[in-house]
Design a protein around this ligand. Structure first.
Ligand code: SF4
Length: 713
């Protein structure tokens, strides 16, 4: 069985790693200064930093040390990629680079353009002329505009404004490949697509249920909250097909007691088979004590749900989930005993063809217990990139709220056209040859897609891709348009103007900016977008160049984005929580139950693609996955009984085959539910069939039917 080198996650290895990374920049003091600067953490959406300074959470706690933030910071502190590199490496060579190798190339410090079989340096004026020409020479409906969650609110707002003024309805962001199922379900349940709780609520809750998430690897400081909750006498329940070291035992670097002996993270660890979540949540719904007063006073749809539940048998549900009755009973008893509870989840729930139903089913359980509309209770999607939620709030989505659209029209004379493409629809359009230009602000769209070969074909059929980025990644080499421009931009802690970001707790932080680490031709994203809009649209409507001013953009955001009024005064009045999204009293009217059908169990192996401890989203910082004991990423993680049945032993070369592809990798025997296989994202995207959840149009990255056998047999 794969054995981790550590007995608990975090701890001294994490501290050594952080110090080593900081030392490795050659600018140890400056690295620490940058980590402590008044800028929002660049990595996950838990949210640290801002005006409290780095390594501080919104409750003011310091130090919140985290490998993830150090990885992102030190990656930005690499030297510039020399011009000679591009002359020496053609596209074929660049396509051979792994994510880690591309990340380690350094900072992009001047614009480049694909010229024949290799990139070459190009001046900003010529680059912007090329980009503007591509947009002018086609019709807006043959373009799309995509943003990752790296950008600040200001550039995200400007991007959607420019796209819509230009006339393209095809505006979207990376959440269509991660948490859109959460947004869809939560909007149906209580009218807002984001978490209903603040960080403070985690400090008072009796119980937390973590489903389909591995915060120890992806949101490390969230584990601090879980450990603190248990120290207060609270209960933590984990639902995850795979046993994750960091969700069992973690050493908090900022806590002497925990650092010395480690801290238990969870009380109950339920391991359903992949795709068994609805069966499990529905069984628990039948087993827990309902808060009948809350249900009667604050919910709709309970009678229809009760009628549905009456047709279902708990034992059959648990058998479908792959959970022993005794384990479910203990979890149900804990949920029933808690006065308050927070249910949180990540892509383990959303990345299925029934992703939205997964959240609806979990929402039913929360409402039945009355875990909503009071302190310490609610629902909480664990969001990925640091400003992915803010980018959505800024309207980088094909559909926006009516109030948003009306004010955008009134203030800017810009119409939000209906019928815009979401991310997958744009990829399909590109594959069909119906996209002539794409503006890609951050991220790695190629690497975020299912079916890597199909995704490369789609993006390579686009006439012109215009990418704004701080560093290069494989998406730039596999997802290039026929004309491919890559424009270097400043990270948020390098900007001359302040920017803002929104955490998964709906808390808006102010980043003060700073100085770029490398000398070069880096520009602010807003500067690039405003200049591009100016060249494409002219000044008939208004002077786009004035919209490179962030304070002015924030005035617009305050007027247009519901709940964001306070952003107009954030520099004087301070950071704030977006209004109307968190519910500490029953101000939501009635929340809605849903009748959720239990999906049929799929025979055979189901593959889920997962992240490692040494990566964030598509970016791989380290090949080793310290917490799972894998020293390389070309592995498939299997259940021991499944392996024995298939005649597979640890380290064997095996073939994992899906409908669209096959990979030969090494077998790693881990503690995972039977019938489940785990492989690393984004490499395993070559196996992911593009099947979507019909309600959120999120690809099913975590329920891919596969066969597994020893290679050569
Ligand atoms: S938990 Fe997330 S926000 Fe906090 S320091 Fe780590 S990466 Fe940054």
């Amino acid at each position: 069985m794969a054995q981790p080198r550590v007995r608990a996650a975090g701890g001294l290895p994490a501290i050594r790693y952080v110090l080593g990374k900081a030392w490795g920049t050659g600018e140890f003091t400056q690295t620490l200064q940058r980590l402590r600067s008044k800028n929002t953490c660049k990595t996950c959406a838990l949210g640290m930093g801002g005006q409290n300074g780095g390594m501080v959470n919104e409750a003011g706690h310091f130090p919140e040390v985290c490998k993830k933030s150090v990885q992102a910071q030190t990656a930005d502190m690499q030297p510039a990629i020399p011009e000679s590199f591009f002359a020496a490496n053609d596209l074929t060579a660049l396509r051979r680079l792994s994510s880690r190798e591309a990340e380690n190339l350094g900072r992009l410090a001047f614009p480049i353009v694909l010229d024949g079989d290799r990139f070459r340096r190009i001046g900003w004026e010529a680059a912007l002329d090329l980009a503007a020409g591509a947009l002018r020479d086609t019709s807006p409906d043959r373009t799309f505009w995509y943003a990752s969650g790296r950008s600040g609110n200001e550039s995200a707002f400007l991007m959607q404004l420019a796209a819509r003024a230009y006339g393209s309805p095809n505006v979207h962001n990376c959440s269509f490949y991660c948490h859109n199922a959460s947004s869809v379900a939560l909007t149906e349940i209580y009218g807002s697509g984001t978490a209903s709780v603040t960080l403070d609520d985690l400090g008072t809750s009796d119980l937390v249920l973590v489903a389909g998430a591995n915060p120890a690897s992806n949101h490390p400081r969230l584990v601090t909250q879980l450990i603190n909750l248990r120290r207060r006498g609270g209960t933590v329940i984990v639902v995850n097909p795979m046993s994750e070291l960091g969700l069992r035992r973690f050493r908090l670097p900022s806590d002497a007691r925990s650092l010395a002996v480690g801290s238990q993270v969870s009380d109950f660890y339920l391991q359903p088979r992949i795709g068994g979540d609805i069966a499990l949540f529905t069984a628990l719904l039948k087993m827990v004590a309902w808060d009948e007063a809350f249900v009667a006073d604050h919910t709709h749809g309970a009678e229809a749900l009760r009628a549905h539940l009456a047709t279902l048998d708990v034992d059959e549900l648990l058998a479908a989930a792959g959970i022993a009755r005794a384990d479910a009973e203990r979890a149900a008893a804990a949920i029933s005993a808690a006065n308050t509870g927070i249910f949180m989840w990540s892509m383990g729930l959303t990345h299925h063809t029934h992703g939205t139903d997964n959240i609806r089913a979990l929402g039913n359980l929360a409402l039945a217990r009355g875990f909503f509309g009071r302190p310490g209770a609610g629902l909480m999607p664990i969001r990925g990139h640091s400003n992915v939620q803010g980018v959505g709030s800024m309207g980088v989505a094909p559909e926006v709220k009516q109030a948003f659209a009306e004010e955008l029209e009134r203030r800017y004379g810009v119409t939000v056209q209906p019928g815009g493409q979401d991310t997958f629809a744009s990829m399909q359009a590109a594959h069909d040859g119906r996209i002539d230009a794409a503006v890609l602000v951050g991220g790695n769209l190629w690497g975020s897609n299912p079916d890597s070969e199909w995704a490369a074909q789609a993006l390579q059929r686009i006439g012109t891709t215009v990418s704004l980025t701080t560093k290069l990644n494989p998406g730039h080499f596999h997802g290039n348009g026929r004309t491919a421009l890559i424009l270097p931009v400043l990270a948020r802690d390098e900007e001359a103007q302040a920017t803002t970001q929104e955490s998964m707790f709906n808390f808006v932080r102010l980043s003060e900016g700073g100085q770029p680490f490398v000398a070069g031709e880096l520009r602010a994203e807003t500067d690039v977008l405003a200049t591009l809009a100016d060249r494409v649209l002219g000044r008939e409507r208004f002077d786009w160049t004035t919209l490179a001013d962030h304070a002015r953009l924030r005035q617009g955001i305050a007027a247009v984005v519901p709940g964001y009024q306070s952003i107009a005064r954030i520099e004087t009045d301070g950071e704030f929580t977006v209004q109307g999204r968190t519910f500490r009293e029953p101000s939501f009217g009635h929340a809605n139950f849903h009748v959720v059908q239990v999906p049929q169990a799929v025979p055979g192996f189901q593959l889920m693609t997962i992240r490692s401890e040494g990566q964030f989203n598509t970016v791989v910082y380290d090949e080793e996955d310290l917490y799972r004991g894998n020293t390389t990423r070309d592995v498939a993680m299997l259940n021991v009984d499944d392996a024995v049945e298939a005649g597979i032993r640890e380290g064997d070369l095996i073939e994992v085959r899906s409908e669209i592809g096959a990979m030969q990798v090494r077998a790693a025997i881990v503690d995972i539910a039977r019938g489940s296989v785990a492989m690393y994202y984004p490499e395993a995207n070559v196996l992911v069939t593009p099947r979507l959840d019909p309600d959120s149009r999120t690809p099913a990255f975590k329920s891919v039917p596969v066969t597994v056998r020893r290679a050569g047999h």
